[in-house]
Ligand binder design. Sequence first.
Ligand SMILES: CC(=O)CC(=O)C(=O)O
Ligand SMILES: [Mg+2]
Length: 220
Amino acid sequence: MQNNLSRFSEWGRKVVCVGRNFKDHCVELSNPIPKEPLIFLKPTSSYVVEGESIKIPNGCNSLHHEVELGVVISKDGSNILENSAMDYVGGYVLALDMTARDWQDKAKKQGKPWSFAKGFDTACPISSLIPRGDIVNPDDVGLWLKVNGVEKQNGSTKDMIFNIPSLISYISHVMTLERGDVVLTGTPEGVGPVEAGDVIECGVNNLLTMKFNVMKKFQS
Ligand SMILES: CC(=O)CC(=O)C(=O)O
Ligand SMILES: [Mg+2]
């Protein structure tokens, strides 16, 4: 896998997301603490890279940032056992699980899926690949996020309810994980709204940072 995210052609077909994987984040949004991983998908059409902007979808009145560590899958696998799960990891990415929170809240109340709330165009800002060897213990990695220079999120993957091997195993027993797929592992506490004109900056340990402007999506 190349180190550059060159318009995703060499990347996988899906972004598998884990929700509510940090207790403090469940508490801040008054969500129950899950007993098993909560899984949803984002389309790869929602990827954006640095230099592109996050576009608030038309009709969304509360766009939230969620900083997350992504795991990039190196080879196809299903029914993966926890003790071999790390053999399927090719590297990592820093990602934002941008969420139209008002759409998600409405969908939750109506028992509808989160596909639009999580999968609109530009909903998944993503970094270049962090080689696997650069992160010795992915279950103890610092993640931070600032909006207009003000820190909003600062957490560690050591506080995840479900660790990376257990997530890879859990997902692959239902859905084949394919080379280049990305697993977003959930966000720590501190999520909140952004508006047009804001600048989001985030980082993972001292390895990598990325910055995105937020703008309105204008109708064509
Ligand atoms: C409440 C959520 O949107 C779940 C989620 O994505 C998370 O990271 O937690
Ligand atoms: Mg999330």
